[in-house]
Ligand binder design. Structure first.
Ligand SMILES: Cc1cc2nc3c(=O)[nH]c(=O)nc-3n(C[C@H](O)[C@H](O)[C@H](O)COP(=O)(O)OP(=O)(O)OC[C@H]3O[C@@H](n4cnc5c(N)ncnc54)[C@H](O)[C@@H]3O)c2cc1C
Length: 125
């Protein structure tokens, strides 16, 4: 997520449309601000999970929440970053295109996110 935001921030400074860099369009800045915020929330949650894991206190439900939510969040952010790249975002020469494919797989492997939600629901509801 953080890497996607970083490379997209650089891209929108370099790429021009209608004679000005993409970063000068308010929509570009708003979308990136949203991505940065979500990535920060994700980082705080992930770091908390790592801390709990090191202390031997990471429970299964929180682990399932982390796998589910962080991978969904990652997909949302990378997808928006592809959008900000325009057509180049679809070209595999660009790292963001490969990130998009990789982030999509994360919702499937290591147990699909539907199974993560089942684990959360079984334990908590
Ligand atoms: C890139 C990649 C790398 C992988 N690496 C490994 C690896 O190293 N080791 C390994 O063991 N496996 C690996 N896998 C396999 C991966 O773990 C499985 O693909 C994953 O667990 C989903 O299983 P499945 O493909 O059989 O899908 P299925 O179980 O057939 O699921 C199909 C759909 O049905 C849904 N579904 C299934 N059961 C339920 C249910 N009870 N409730 C609600 N929805 C349900 C799923 O969420 C999914 O949307 C990898 C997969 C990929 C894509």
């Amino acid at each position: 997520m953080e890497r996607a935001v970083a490379i997209t921030t650089q891209y929108v400074k370099d790429r021009t449309a209608f004679s000005k860099p993409l970063i000068e369009f308010q929509n570009t800045r708003f979308q990136l601000a949203q991505c940065m915020t979500e990535a920060r929330v994700g980082r705080v949650f992930l770091d908390d999970c790592i801390g709990r894991f090191i202390a031997g206190q990471l429970d299964d439900v929180t682990t399932a929440m982390a796998k589910y939510w962080l991978t969904e969040c990652g997909c949302r952010i990378v997808d928006e970053c592809v959008q900000l790249h325009g057509g180049y975002g679809y070209m595999t020469e660009y790292p963001i295109a490969r990130m998009w494919a990789d982030s999509r797989a994360q919702r499937i492997y290591a147990g699909t996110n539907e199974i993560m939600k089942e684990l959360i629901a079984w334990s908590s509801l």
